[in-house]
Design a binder for this molecule. Structure first.
Ligand code: SF4
Length: 377
């Protein structure tokens, strides 16, 4: 079945591969059959980067942790149950660490796996369910999953790319989410048009602003804890995320002044050197310098709050990971019989696991730290 035929079958109102459905500066690694579509090639590329310390020793994340007196990362109390329900997306942003796009109908969570996630969720004390994708809203069971989590009294987060809200099928979605008290965490690289469009494609900014207006119109972003609107910024080039606390007032003033838009909080994330961002770093000759920048900015104070310690991350095919980034690199949690699947979820075994780390983990501990919840230090 073609992408457009699938869009039609799922009734999104527009073919997802069209620019009207969402701007597209590139295509997925998978669609282009790029070698980096293979996660082992990504891990190899990261391992090849020459990172040497002052004594001429090869720099590794685990050794850096030990050198700073931090020890290995250990699991803390589980607070966030993150579910990636699929890689299908209406956009194909240049820096995507998921390799999402309109062609990614190969990676969609089945109803059975959604039910297994809910069964596993009930075995935990996680207070938050973080639903992500791709564009999670495109999944045919997205609303069922939200309803099921809200019914369980969980704080639910919808990670939203904003432009998806403009698809005809989703015109009622802002009000629907508001009625259920779902927090919307929206990616917007910058409050300026140029930076946003450069990373996500021409026209993204205009569409994002329109989507934010629609969220504001149903009560999001005005200080109501049941209508929390969070914006998420990530750098457009090979830089670290801006300081979240000082950037937030600047963003609030700029979006209010230029567009009359309000939001509740800003979180800032470092780009992780994986998937399409890794491809971009490599192609633009920035990979070694960026990795060195992350290493130089290693901050021991950011280690305690890394998200792998309080989060479980479930992939579209039901495997259990320490975090979204390990998920995208296929570094799954190993149980006694191999990779752990959500249908066999054992909270005690999960709490005993050894968190898997590699060089990409420098992205979480650089500067003020970086996690799905923003800065960690
Ligand atoms: S990439 Fe994942 S495992 Fe590594 S430090 Fe970050 S959250 Fe932890």
């Amino acid at each position: 079945m073609t992408i457009d035929a699938i869009s039609e079958a799922l009734d999104y109102g527009l073919p997802l591969s069209s620019d009207d459905a969402g701007p597209k500066p590139t295509r997925s690694l998978r669609a282009r059959r790029e070698p980096l579509a293979d996660t082992s090639a990504q891990l190899r590329r990261l391992a090849e980067v020459e990172l040497i310390d002052a004594n001429g020793a090869r720099i590794e994340f685990e050794r850096t942790l030990a050198g700073a007196g931090c020890g290995a990362l250990l699991p803390a109390a589980l607070e966030v149950f993150q579910i990636n329900i699929g890689k299908l997306c209406n956009m194909t942003c240049r820096h995507c660490h998921v390799d999402a796009g309109p062609d990614r109908t190969d990676a969609m969570m089945t109803r059975e796996t959604i039910d297994a996630c809910l069964w596993a969720l009930d075995k935990t004390d996680a207070h938050t369910v973080d639903i992500t994708g791709g564009a999670a809203e495109l999944h045919p069971h997205f609303r069922d999953l939200v309803e099921a989590c809200v019914a369980r009294g969980k704080h639910v987060i919808d990670r939203c790319n904003l432009t998806v809200l403009l698809l005809p099928r989703f015109h009622d979605l802002p009000a629907w989410l508001a009625e259920r008290g779902v927090e919307v965490v929206c990616s917007l690289p910058h409050y300026r048009r140029l930076s946003t469009d450069r990373q996500r494609g021409d026209g993204t900014y205009e569409k994002s602003i329109e989507a934010l207006r629609r969220l504001n119109a149903v009560g999001y972003g005005k200080g109501d804890p049941r209508r929390r609107l969070t914006l998420m910024t990530n750098p457009v080039g090979a830089f670290l995320a801006p300081a979240q606390a000082s950037a937030e007032p600047e963003w609030k003033a700029a979006l209010a002044r230029d567009h009359g838009i309000a939001f509740d909080r800003l979180i800032a994330l470092n780009n992780m050197p994986i998937s399409r961002y890794l491809e971009w770093l490599d192609a633009s000759g920035n990979l070694a310098a960026y990795m060195q920048r992350l290493v130089d900015a290693f901050n021991p104070a950011a280690v305690d709050g890394v998200m792998c310690r309080n989060t479980i991350s479930i992939s579209w095919d039901g495997f259990v990971y320490d975090c979204d980034f390990n998920q995208m690199l296929d570094l799954s949690c190993a149980g006694e019989g191999g990779p752990m699947h959500v249908r066999d979820f054992d909270p005690a075994a999960f709490a005993r696991r050894r968190i898997v780390t590699r060089r990409h983990c420098f992205g979480c501990t650089a500067g003020a730290g970086s996690s799905c919840g923003g800065a960690t230090a």
